[in-house]
Design a protein around this ligand. Structure first.
Ligand code: AMP
Ligand code: MG
Length: 403
């Protein structure tokens, strides 16, 4: 059985070979959060576009504004003012944060380090040339790459695009991810379940995970554990870049997903991974669609999505697959699991001062959704180190959306 690291490598490699079909779209920058840039964005001018004061104070020549020296203040400059006149010799000018420093001045002295009587300003500390000034062009030259193609647009990247005047940006279309749950016991969340039915929570959590990962979720509802219904709904899923199924991939008599996929011509790349929860996870390709068969127990579904499907969404979005953001923490409670599988246990990471501490939560196994809702991370118990003592350092995988 392959490890989760190997399984991810397989997912990434297969997703890369599918990437060719990418289309780009034009979007107002305000609507582009989470999209991946399909173009380079260049600076339209130098940044900053003028020598910018970073403090409220007085612009002066450092050689004249020595400690104890006094200079005559000849005016004021606020942010947005046009500055054309150079600073006359033996004088200073009051200046505000964000304003342009006049030619001749090479330092801004913070107002806190001056005294003023009438027009005369006395400097109380030594002044260095260049202090509190960001020189024109020091952040970026004109025509330089401000944002490269393949970058995912977060709030800071959007601010850069806005700063350089890219009101419209060219991005890759988000991959469309069909979500199909399976199971005779599964009913829509808008219906009252019979005594032995359960609501389709996976349909909701998967759609949320798709969105967070940067895909467009398309809900196909639920298929019964029957070949015809599965085949018909899986066919619909094959219209999309990715099909994420939940349930029906274990060893039970009615776990039919794999055989139906096979009948439709799916090529499988793995059909089990050495993890718990999530061992029966299946990955393959059917026609042009990447297909994931995730085990139906909700925690298994969520873990396997985070480990594998996010990587495929990253690559089909036009960016590199993000590495799993493992952290190190100190274990606060002894932990013992079965060897041979890497465990991802719902856990809580808390910071005691600067030190991260983690403990697995009490839970009833991979059907226990509320345990994962109380968790903010997974405690990773490696296959080859099933017993870990309190106080040892352990690896932790933050839950995709809360840390
Ligand atoms: P399966 O992987 O089909 O054997 O399902 C494993 C467990 O997960 C069973 O207890 C199912 O009832 C439960 N389950 C399957 N699909 C869903 C779903 N869509 N939402 C919530 N629980 C589910
Ligand atoms: Mg089932």
């Amino acid at each position: 059985m392959i490890s989760f690291e190997q399984a991810r490598e397989v997912v990434i490699a297969q997703s890369k070979s599918r990437r060719a079909a990418q289309q780009s779209i034009s979007l107002p920058v305000q609507d582009a959060l989470g999209y991946v840039l399909a173009q380079e964005i260049l600076t339209d001018r130098e940044y900053p576009p003028f020598d910018r004061s970073t403090r409220d104070g007085y612009a002066a020549r450092a050689s004249e504004a020595r400690s104890g020296a006094s200079l005559r203040c000849v005016g004021e400059i606020k942010a947005g003012d046009s500055v054309v006149e150079p600073l006359p010799a033996a004088s200073c000018v009051q200046i505000m944060t964000g304003a342009a420093v006049p030619a001749g001045a090479d330092a801004v002295v913070m107002i806190e380090f001056t005294r003023r009587e009438g027009e005369v300003v006395t400097f109380e500390r030594p002044t260095q040339s260049g202090q509190n000034i960001v020189p024109r062009g020091s952040e970026a030259r004109a025509g330089q790459v401000a944002l490269s193609a393949g970058l995912r647009l977060g709030f800071a990247e959007l601010a850069v695009a806005a700063q350089v005047g890219a009101a419209t940006v060219c991005c890759y279309r988000k991959p469309s991810v069909a979500i199909l749950s399976t199971g005779d016991e599964v009913v829509p969340i808008t219906e009252k379940p019979g005594p032995f039915h359960i609501r389709n929570s996976n349909g909701v959590s998967l759609a949320a995970q798709v969105q967070l990962a940067g895909g467009t979720p398309v809900s196909l509802g639920n298929a019964l554990d029957r070949v015809e219904d599965l085949a018909e709904k899986i066919e619909r899923g094959l219209q999309h870049d990715i099909l994420a199924l939940s349930g029906g991939v274990s060893m039970g008599k009615y776990d039919l997903v794999e055989s139906v996929l096979k009948g439709l011509g799916t090529e499988f790349f793995f059909d089990a991974v050495a993890i718990r929860p999530g061992k029966p996870a299946v990955f393959g390709r059917c026609r042009e669609t990447l297909v994931f068969g995730l085990p139906g127990n909700p925690v298994s579904t969520m873990v396997t999505f985070q480990l594998f499907v996010t990587a495929a969404i990253d690559v089909l979005s036009g960016r590199e697959a993000r590495a799993l953001p493992f952290l190190e923490a100190r274990l606060s409670k002894d932990t013992k699991e079965k060897s041979g599988l890497t465990h991802f246990l719902p856990a809580r990471l808390e910071w005691v001062g600067m030190e991260p501490k983690v403990a697995a939560l009490e839970w009833q196994g991979s059907g226990d959704i509320s345990a994962l809702a109380r968790a903010n991370c997974f405690l990773v118990v490696p296959a080859e180190r099933p017993e870990i003592a309190a106080g040892d350092r352990v690896s932790v995988l933050p839950r995709g959306d809360v840390l």
